[in-house]
Design a protein around this ligand. Structure first.
Ligand code: GDP
Ligand code: MG
Length: 455
């Protein structure tokens, strides 16, 4: 990833006071490769690198920074701006300020996640959690309707989703025309004083004229205040063509990028933003109906840079973590004290407090998540309990000096925790890896994260 690439090159250009053509050339090449690897489309990469170069050259390298670090700073800043950071903090909000019902039209290919996202938005809006001018908007009366008459199962799916999130569903069926469904739904919403009407639509597997004509017609009939383009992050480069077609056919107001919980590297977000010129408003991070988050340009920039979603991780952690404990650990790591199994156990307890382990692990940078034991989602809590059981079966001295753990002690611990001896060995092995990582923390690689967590 980019951070690795850059830190390699960074070493070669230490100790220079200014970013120059010569000392940035190699790094800019790495930036270019990393963005391509993250699925950003080539024209966007070219333009971006040119922009970084322009704003980097001649830049003075501030006090304690190396030129490499300074350049990473420029890259991060520019990337954040390009992701929409330049639009201001409210760009990712839905605007629903209109004569009710505020109509939201969902557009996108089949399988992009329109129906799921309609349900997620319905939940957010009806639950009062939607942000307006930076504050929660309060509960709203929401109606959903499906104009997907090509697949009867699609209408049923929306009905199920509506029931799950507890909003009203306006019935439609496959024998109706999408236009009539739309008109009837708006009429019903007006007469029953709904604040918001979410309109789910049909999508095809590829871009086709009939679909584009239909969605433009729906747009004309509904006059939506928001027209959201829903796109699957896993589509990578293909997302670019789809985004282009939809933004030419429709006056889009925003983008929802789904399936960012997969291994998508987020580069598509940059391309789609660039092609449509419209802000990303939400990201889908789970199949579940609470898996929708407001889009944060800075976090997406970090994701593309390969830093993991450290900011949201830290936020999530701070909700529950015992700050004092974290500080103690951070101090210990910084001062170079030995990190032992007692610390490991303390840390596990904190991790447990952080809440949903699986979503947390997904946000960690890849190396860290790996070393943390390749915990699979769902398996995570179970594994955590077993690990804790093993640690609890050790004496404090054993935890302080794991090298004491010879075969007979391991057997005793395994029996105490009710696990096979191999599992004790595996834990010790993981712990060794973790100690290795702690050394890296000390060198400053992840120091930022630890400092942030330590407050
Ligand atoms: P539509 O054809 O555009 O209406 O797409 P659907 O809403 O039916 O979604 C297609 C598939 O993608 C379903 O299996 C959804 O559960 C899944 N899906 C949608 N959004 C997300 C997401 O953010 N994350 C994950 N993992 N799956 C999603
Ligand atoms: Mg659908």
């Amino acid at each position: 990833n980019l951070t690795n690439r850059l830190s390699r090159v960074m070493k070669t250009i230490r100790g220079e006071a200014r970013l120059t053509e010569a000392n940035t050339q190699e790094m800019l090449r790495e930036v270019r490769l990393a963005l391509l690897e993250a699925d950003v489309s080539l024209p966007v990469v070219r333009e971006f690198v040119a922009r970084v170069k322009e704003s980097a050259l001649g830049e003075e390298v501030a006090g304690s920074l190396s030129p490499g670090q300074a350049l990473v700073g420029v890259v991060h800043k520019e990337l954040t701006a390009l992701m929409g950071g330049d639009l201001g903090p409210q760009a990712s909000e839905l605007s629903l300020a209109t004569q009710p019902p505020a109509v939201v039209l969902m557009a996108g290919l089949q399988g992009a996640g329109k129906t799921t996202t309609t349900g997620k938005l319905a939940k957010l809006i009806s639950g009062g959690d939607l942000l307006q001018n930076g504050r929660k908007a309060g509960r709203k009366k929401v109606l959903v309707v499906s104009a997907d008459v090509y697949r009867p199962a699609a209408i049923e799916q929306l009905k199920t989703v509506a029931t799950q999130v507890g909003v009203d569903f306006f019935p439609s069926d496959a024998s109706q025309k999408p236009r009539d469904i739309a008109l009837a739904a708006v009429d019903h919403a007006k007469r029953h004083h709904y604040d918001v009407l979410l309109v789910d639509t049909a999508g095809r597997l590829g871009i086709d004229e009939a679909m584009m004509a239909e969605i433009s017609m729906l747009h004309e009939v509904l006059k939506p205040i928001e027209t959201l383009f829903v796109v699957d992050a896993m589509q990578g480069q293909d997302a670019v063509n789809v985004a282009k077609a939809f933004s030419e056919a429709l006056p889009l107001t925003g983008v929802v990028m789904t399936k960012l919980d997969g291994d998508a590297r987020g580069g598509a977000a940059l391309s789609v933003r660039h092609i449509t010129g419209k802000p990303l408003k939400f990201i889908g991070v789970s199949e579940k109906l609470d898996g929708l988050e407001p889009f944060h340009p800075e976090r997406m920039a970090q994701r593309v840079l390969g830093m993991g979603d450290i900011v949201s991780l830290v936020e999530q952690a701070q909700r529950n973590i015992d700050i004092a404990e974290a500080q103690k650990l951070a101090t210990k790591i910084k001062s170079g004290d030995r990190f032992d199994l007692n610390d490991f156990r303390d840390q596990l307890q904190q991790v447990k407090k952080m809440g949903d382990m699986s979503s947390l692990l997904e946000k960690l940078p890849a190396q860290f998540a790996q070393a943390a034991g390749q915990l699979q989602s769902g398996q995570a809590e179970k594994q955590l309990r077993r690990t804790e059981g093993i640690l609890n079966s050790m004496t404090p001295q054993e935890r302080a000096k794991p090298e004491l753990l010879k075969a007979s002690r391991k057997r005793r611990i395994a029996a105490g925790a009710g696990v096979p001896v191999q599992e004790v060995n595996k834990l010790l092995k993981q712990f060794e890896q973790m100690q290795g990582m702690m050394k890296q923390f000390k060198k400053g690689g992840m120091g930022k994260m630890m400092r942030a967590m330590g407050g």
